[in-house]
Ligand binder design. Structure first.
Ligand SMILES: Nc1ncnc2c1ncn2[C@@H]1O[C@H](COP(=O)(O)OP(=O)(O)OP(=O)(O)O)[C@@H](O)[C@H]1O
Length: 217
């Protein structure tokens, strides 16, 4: 785990414009270390833009973002601490689902043979597809694999953009339960979701983009 005396996420006075169109206007957000926050709001209100700024995948026009007290994306520690699905996954040509999992474990200094890869694939209903290449999977199975991989690696903060997308009800319940376990073991969670039931089951506190916008946030 990385430094925990700071909040997991602190966003202050964030402004993002696309051309002349403002998308985020004076947005503030705090995710205390060990807590979960789920950002809600209508399509196009700016949830993904906010998560991209927190994940360092997009620069804001104004404002500050800190993750565990540091500027996001500036250090290897950031990428060791933060696991995110904000950016759609890239699959390595010719590598199977299991080989992707092995790669993720090795990259994070874990022994693939004792990292619970088979259990994770089983839990996500992918045991029968372990030797398939990800592009051959259904969209829901790809989403399951993406989430299995992000949960397999160690992290202190998960940033997930609509993780419930393309999952069936059983898959949503499974992932929500795993996120609740992640929180219970000290992880911090920032997600965007359109599924209130999923968000509540994950243990995250729900906040709307409207609540985060303006001087009062
Ligand atoms: N790269 C971009 N260039 C121009 N406009 C963009 C870009 N990315 C997003 N936008 C616009 O910014 C607004 C916010 O988009 P964003 O994806 O952050 O919303 P969202 O709340 O995540 O939406 P959804 O619930 O549909 O995923 C939208 O009007 C979108 O069209």
């Amino acid at each position: 785990m990385w430094v925990v005396e700071h909040p997991a996420v602190e966003v202050n006075g964030l402004h993002v414009r696309y051309g002349s169109t403002p998308v985020l206007v004076d947005v503030g957000l705090t995710v205390p270390a060990g807590a979960g926050v789920c950002v809600t709001g209508e399509n196009g209100i700016g949830k993904s833009t906010l998560l991209r700024c927190v994940s360092s995948l997009q620069q804001a026009d104004e404002g500050t973002v800190r993750v565990f007290g540091a500027v996001p994306g500036d250090s290897p520690e950031f990428w060791r601490a933060v696991a995110t699905t904000v950016e759609p996954p890239t699959w390595y040509p010719g590598l199977t689902a299991r080989e992707h999992a092995e790669l993720v474990c090795r990259a994070h200094g874990q022994d693939p043979d004792s990292s619970g890869i088979d259990e994770a694939l089983e839990r996500f209903g992918l045991a029968g597809h372990a030797d398939a290449i990800p592009p051959s999977l259904s969209s829901g199975q790809k989403q399951r694999l993406t989430l299995a991989l992000v949960l397999l690696r160690p992290s202190s903060l998960l940033i997930l953009d609509e993780p419930e997308q393309r999952l069936d009800p059983e898959g949503r319940a499974l992932v929500a339960g795993m996120l609740a376990d992640y929180l219970a073991t000290g992880g911090s969670l920032l997600l965007a979701s359109h599924d209130d039931k999923f968000a509540v089951a994950s243990g995250a506190e729900m906040v709307s983009m409207e609540q985060l916008t303006g001087p009062a946030s």
